[in-house]
Design a protein around this ligand. Sequence first.
Ligand SMILES: [Mg+2]
Length: 272
Amino acid sequence: MLPRLLQGPLAAAPLPLPCRLAVARGIRAMSSAAPAPEPAQRSRRPLRGVVFDMDGTLTVPVIDFQAMYREVLGGDAAYAAARAAGGGSVDILHCIEGWAPDKQRHAYEVIARFEKEGLDRLQIMPGASELCGFLDSKRIRRGLITRNVKDAVDLFHQRFGMMFAPALSREFRPYKPDPAPLLHICSTWNIPPHEVIMVGDSLKDDVVCGKRAGAFTCLLDETGRYGPHDSLPEEVKPDFKVSSLTEVFTMLEENFDLAPANLTPASAESRI
Ligand SMILES: [Mg+2]
């Protein structure tokens, strides 16, 4: 799967921030006659928006995706074949796109049932509401992109009382890992992608979407399933990797200028 996802404008993604900072430090080190180094704050890139994935990022993962894939695809053998074809992962929405209408309708019914069961057990991710409060205090916009349905996003908003805008569900096509939903949010905010960071728990969907859009990326890896940051393939390596949402606070404060001067009163009023 990953090789297919890597096609496209990944080359346009920004260099990882540590690389840019290393370059900046190197330039300063060479200028021995230069005046005192600039304050660290000036070397930080401005950040004006954070876009989150929903399932597994803002909410605790409760959907048994493997069981869902087996039932949609028709058993263990079909699931194994789809995994092999996808390089070890399954893009179930992509798999069923070309199916006959009746078969596709049944597949969507199965997916909807699993998602409904997931909604019944929906839990907010620890640190999510505190992180939203932090972003609000810094006047940083927050959006949401999910491959789940709009009803799930609506329930999420109602149940936890925190709003994300825009919040794009899979009714918005094309969905992640295509960069279109993230670019749409940036356009709506009138903020360039390089002043936005995408935060999510999926390398192949969230990180690839963010990189393709030219945004910063942060992988949430609670269980360490992706291994060390340095071991990730360079083409999909996120700028940052955290193991909890509470680590996002520190990551944002240490690496970004969170008080951009060019936020106009008008744009501030339109915020949620
Ligand atoms: Mg997710």
